[in-house]
Design a binder for this molecule. Structure first.
Ligand SMILES: Cc1cc2nc3c(=O)[nH]c(=O)nc-3n(C[C@H](O)[C@H](O)[C@H](O)COP(=O)(O)OP(=O)(O)OC[C@H]3O[C@@H](n4cnc5c(N)ncnc54)[C@H](O)[C@@H]3O)c2cc1C
Length: 395
């Protein structure tokens, strides 16, 4: 951890590792810190969009994926399935560990179990307080990239970078399930299945090793009212699929982890010597599975800007202007979708109409960001789905 560092990156999720890679590739001495011991788990659906897969490749991160190319949406016992551009499903602990390895391969020094925060900053440099296994250190760098996820505690003492949390926001819940833990007849191996109910939605995606990643966005009060995470998820699954047996099986799964309120944004994502990337900058609910893609995009850009700043070539405000132009706009689209998902009648009508019309399905799935594009409707409702999958198994 000894100085001097050109760039310190706080947080080693996709945003932080991507930032560290961009910074180290430009020849800067780069330190990457994470408070968790790696490998660490993260509540996430694990779905990497087509654009995200390209960014992983650019960052030199080899990771096992289950290729997916479709989305099935369930509401009140009916479903519509559309084909999408090909993306992949990854296990987060594996992905994030591989990402740190890729960073170390290009010369980044990575230290886990090290919590850090910005103590002071100005145009000449940044002071970071780090705590590594109980030992406190004061570190200095020319530039700091804060990529420490939703709560972004590393920025707590930095004036002017306040966060606004959407009061109607939901919390995230997630777990991994063995295939034998539930009857997965209604799920497709090569598609993402989303079950949407008035107070939340649950996504199922298959990992390369056969397990299922289950991730949800749920009203916070619902977890207490239902008597726990499993019960809240079971009630959403029952409402959306109409399949009580499946819902009970999902409700019996263990290992649920939660997140703080999800949807939040900042007006400013840079300050002298500081760039904010990934969820730490802003986040919109996860229905479209783009959080990791935004994290990598902003991380890479922050790393490039850090490198320009360290060399005296940075034009102040250009990172923030890019972020508002490119990322905030995509997050506004995701926010609009988040609002629509709260109108259960509209969602149900959308599923019915999308199941009957290619044109409407294509229009609706524009909301899916880089997953959308060459989308075509594949099945009309859940009953058809089940029959065809069952026949396949019998054959
Ligand atoms: C329910 C749910 C489902 C989702 N599904 C998807 C999906 O299918 N596809 C998708 O692309 N995205 C999805 N997302 C979003 C995605 O998980 C995030 O957008 C993504 O992980 C953001 O990456 P990040 O690097 O910004 O932050 P994170 O991945 O959260 O990483 C932040 C890191 O900072 C570390 N840290 C925190 N504080 C400190 C500190 N003080 N000092 C040092 N380190 C610190 C943490 O330990 C962590 O490792 C989902 C999110 C949720 C909640």
């Amino acid at each position: 951890m000894n100085p001097p560092w050109d760039v310190i990156v706080i947080g080693a999720g996709p945003a932080g590792s991507a930032a560290a890679i961009a910074s180290a590739r430009s020849g800067l001495r780069t330190l990457l810190l994470d408070r968790a011991g790696f490998p660490r788990s993260k509540v996430c659906g694990g779905c990497v969009s087509p654009a995200g897969l390209r960014l992983l490749h650019d960052c030199g991160v080899p990771v096992a994926i289950n290729a997916v190319g479709g989305l099935t949406v369930w509401s009140r016992g009916r479903s519509a399935h559309v084909r999408t551009h090909a993306g992949g499903v990854v296990e987060r602990s594996l992905l994030d560990t591989e990402f740190t390895h890729a960073a170390m391969r290009v010369g980044v020094k990575f230290i886990d179990e090290c919590s850090a925060r910005v103590a002071s900053h100005d145009a000449s440099g940044v002071v970071v307080q780090a705590t590594h296994r109980g030992e406190q250190r004061t570190l200095q760098a020319r530039v700091v990239v804060c990529a420490d996820g939703l709560q972004a505690r590393s920025l707590e003492h930095v004036p002017g970078l306040a966060t606004k949390v959407w009061t109607r926001s939901r919390i995230g819940l997630g777990t991994l399930a063995q295939p034998q833990a539930m009857d997965t007849t209604m799920l497709r191996e090569r598609a993402i299945t989303m079950l949407v109910a008035p107070r939340g939605y649950v996504g199922f995606a298959r990992l390369h090793d056969g397990r299922w990643d289950i991730a949800a966005a749920v009203e916070r009060a619902m977890v207490d009212e239902a008597g726990g995470a499993g019960a809240a998820i079971a009630s959403i699954v029952a409402h959306a699929s109409g399949d009580d047996t499946f819902a009970r099986q999902v409700g019996r799964l263990t290992g649920w982890k939660g997140t703080p309120l999800l949807t939040r944004r900042r007006e400013h994502v840079e300050a002298p010597g500081i760039f904010v990337a990934g969820d730490a900058a802003a986040y919109a609910e996860p229905f479209t599975g783009e959080g990791m893609t935004w994290a990598m995009e902003t991380g890479l850009r922050a790393g490039e800007c850090a490198s320009q700043l360290a060399r005296g070539l940075y034009e102040a405000g250009s990172y923030e202007a890019w972020w508002h132009r490119c990322i905030a706009r995509q997050q506004r689209r995701a926010m609009r979708l988040a609002r629509v998902l709260r109108m259960s009648g509209l969602v149900h009508a959308g599923v019915r109409v999308a199941g009957a019309s290619d044109r409407v399905a294509r229009l609706l799935t524009r909301a899916a960001g880089s997953w959308s594009g060459a989308i075509s409707v594949d099945r009309r409702d859940g009953a058809d789905d089940r029959e065809q999958i069952d026949h396949g198994r019998l054959a």
